[in-house]
Design a binder for this molecule. Structure first.
Ligand code: 13P
Length: 248
C-alpha cells in the first residue's frame, strides 16, 4: 500500500516571519504515522521551515542540475542537500511556461536529486487546448518519457509524480474526480509501460489543481491518487489544517 503524501506549493509567497508563523500553527497538526504532509517553500524560507518542522516535510520548489558554476540566480542540489532538504518540486508548469524548463532539463534535475537522496516531486500536465483536443494521453506520455528517461525502476519508490492539468491550476476549476483519477491511472499505466509493474505500484501520484478542503476527501478516495499538490489552499494555515484533518 502506498502512503499518502499531501504537499503545499507556496510558489513565490511568504517571507521568513510568515513561514515561522505557519509552521507554529500547522506543524503539530501534521503529526501522524499514516502519511506525509508538507510544504514547498521559496529558497529563502527553507532554513526557517526546516528549523521549525517536526512533522511537516519541507520541499524546495526548484533546483539546478549542475553542482556549481556560472549560473546566476540558481541553486544547486548539493546546496539543498547541505540544508537537509529531502524533497524538491521539479518541472512545475509555471517553470515550464515562464522559465524555460523542458523535459530534458527536468530529467537532469530528477537524476541529480535521486543521486543525492532527495525525492523529486515531478510535475506534469496538459494545457486546456491539449485537453480539448484529446491530447492528454500523448502529452503525459511524452512528459513522463522525457522527464524520467533512463531512471531505473528501483528509483520509483522515491519519486512522486504530480499530475496537474494546467487548466485547473489557480483557476478554481478543478478537474472532476473522474478526470483526475483517469489521468492519474494513465500516469501509472505509462510508468508501467516504461519500467514495469513494481515501479508503477510503488510510485506515488498526486493530483494538483484547485484542491481545497471541500474536495480533498473525494480525490483521496480514488485508487490511483496518493496525494495532492496544493497551491492557493496551502497558504492559509486554516485551510491547510482542514485538509490535513480531513485526510489523516
Ligand atoms: P492551485 O491549488 O492554486 O490551483 O495550484 C496548484 C499548483 O500549481 C500546485 O503546484
Amino acid at each position: 500500500m502506498r502512503d499518502i503524501i499531501i504537499v503545499g506549493n507556496w510558489k513565490m509567497n511568504k517571507n521568513n516571519a510568515e513561514t515561522k508563523a505557519f509552521f507554529e500553527e500547522v506543524d503539530g497538526v501534521a503529526k501522524t504515522d499514516k502519511g506525509l504532509y508538507g510544504v514547498g517553500v521559496p529558497f529563502t524560507d527553507l532554513r526557517t521551515a526546516l528549523d521549525n518542522a517536526e512533522n511537516l516535510i519541507v520541499a524546495a520548489e526548484n533546483c539546478h542540475f549542475e553542482d556549481s558554476g556560472a549560473f546566476t540566480g540558481e541553486v544547486s542540489v548539493p546546496m539543498l542537500e547541505e540544508l537537509g532538504v529531502k524533497y524538491c518540486i521539479i518541472g512545475h508548469s509555471e517553470r515550464r511556461q515562464m522559465f524555460g524548463d523542458t523535459d530534458e532539463t527536468v530529467n537532469k534535475k530528477a537524476k541529480k536529486l535521486l543521486d543525492a537522496g532527495i525525492t523529486p516531486i515531478l510535475c506534469i500536465g496538459e494545457t486546456e487546448a491539449e485537453y480539448d483536443a484529446g491530447k492528454t494521453k500523448d502529452v503525459i506520455t511524452a512528459q513522463l518519457n522525457g522527464s524520467l528517461k533512463d531512471i531505473p525502476a528501483e528509483a520509483y519508490e522515491n519519486i512522486v509524480i504530480a499530475y496537474e492539468p494546467i487548466w485547473a491550476i489557480g483557476t478554481g476549476k478543478s478537474a472532476s474526480v473522474e478526470i483526475a483519477e483517469d489521468c492519474c491511472k494513465l500516469v501509472r499505466d505509462v510508468v508501467r509501460d516504461m519500467v514495469g509493474d513494481e515501479a508503477a505500484d510503488k510510485v506515488r501520484i498526486q493530483y494538483g489543481g484547485s484542491v481545497k478542503p471541500g474536495n480533498i476527501v473525494e480525490y483521496m478516495a480514488q485508487e490511483d491518487i496518493d496525494g495532492a499538490l496544493i497551491g492557493g489552499a496551502s497558504l492559509k494555515p486554516d485551510s491547510f489544517i482542514e485538509i490535513i484533518e480531513k485526510t489523516k
